[in-house]
Write a protein that binds this ligand. Structure first.
Ligand code: AVI
Length: 335
């Protein structure tokens, strides 16, 4: 429990190993694979995080507005499910704008500790400074880490009931099997008093989905190409960004948006730091992201496989997005 003398802000860094070496290894493996791919976790350097914030404001990217609408309507109801002091843990917190709605609903009459976990340290520090100013009673323990490392920290935040936030359709960047495994690991840290709030983008028309990931202003294209810019400056690469075209395609069978960068011509790219030359045929793609969309049945199946139950869920008025409150399953199916 926090004492009056404890600082209101602490930063914990859990970046195990050399992040450049890990990036270099993954880039080498992805660009020598057939077909070529890069992990979407590398989108979020400083510029990528800024571009993602711009995406969230785009008219085509309805996800953020839909989730905000649900939180505006239901944050008080969610807060009322907790009695006494609470710890709010957020995975992939970003600028934490939507989180304000949850904190605002929770804070009256209780102490709240907020534990944002995000890979981008400057974004963590900025959002923490903003929240501390907005909510004077709030205590923040910011964890600079990738999700999987951040999970280690979850176990140490167990002195009060916890509300674990995984918002913004972040679940969509995992395959359904990976999502079940990850949720299962979180569930193993949960007590019967803890809850998890997961934001899920729902299956819908191809045109709406493809526009959300290929906006008219080209912000998503810049976000996608920024991965190549990051390879250029962190790994001494010479990608010509203008020679790669952004593509976003809805794969309806798998229920996912697939993002690619397609080489506009035959070309070779050298990445100095890893001593690699990569050849591209005209039209050859690098697969950079999957963003899974869910039906209610698919979400239920993933939650059940993780040992969680869908206690209640809310949708926006247009039925595009849903927020699910998950609890640890305590029936005979529990393992
Ligand atoms: C962070 N993540 C949930 C976003 C998504 O919708 O998959 C990332 C994104 N990619 C393109 N636009 C936004």
């Amino acid at each position: 429990m926090a004492s009056a003398s404890m600082p209101r802000f602490r930063l914990v860094e859990l970046t195990g190993g050399d992040p450049f070496a890990e990036f270099a290894r993954d880039v080498a493996a992805g660009l020598t694979a057939e077909p070529k791919h890069l992990s979407c976790c590398y989108f979020y350097d400083r510029e990528g995080s800024r571009l993602f914030e711009a995406i969230c404001e785009l008219p085509e990217y309805y996800l953020t507005r839909a989730e905000t609408e649900i939180l505006e309507r239901h944050a008080r109801e969610i807060a009322s499910l907790f009695q006494g002091d609470v710890t709010v843990i957020e995975l992939g917190s970003g600028n934490a704008v939507k989180t304000r709605l949850v904190l605002d609903a929770l804070l009256p009459g209780r102490r709240v500790r907020y534990v944002p976990i995000d890979i981008c340290r400057p974004v963590l520090e900025e959002s923490a400074a903003d929240l501390l100013q907005r909510f004077p009673p709030l205590e923040i323990v910011a964890v600079a880490a990738e999700y999987h490392e951040g999970l280690r920290h979850l176990r140490s935040e167990s002195d009060r009931p916890r509300l674990i936030l995984w918002l913004g359709s972040n679940i969509g960047n995992f395959t359904r099997a990976e999502a079940a495994t990850f949720l299962g690991r979180i569930r193993d840290t949960m007590t019967s008093a803890d809850r998890m709030l997961v934001g899920v983008d729902l299956r819908k028309d191809r045109a709406v989905l493809e526009a959300a990931y290929d906006d008219a202003a080209g912000v998503t294209a810049a976000f996608n190409r920024n991965l190549l810019a990051r390879i250029n400056y962190e790994l001494n690469g010479n990608f010509d960004l203008s020679a790669f075209q952004h593509r976003a395609i809805y794969n309806e069978d798998l229920g996912r948006i697939e993002m690619y960068l397609a080489s506009t011509r035959v070309q070779s790219v050298t990445i100095g730091r890893i001593g690699l030359t990569v050849r591209f045929a005209a039209g050859e793609t690098i697969h950079t992201e999957n963003s899974y969309k869910y039906s209610q049945a698919e979400l239920n199946a993933v939650a059940t496989a993780a040992g969680l139950k869908d206690q209640c869920f809310w949708q926006d008025a247009a039925g595009r997005f849903s927020l699910h409150l998950l609890a640890r399953r305590t029936d005979s199916a529990e393992t």
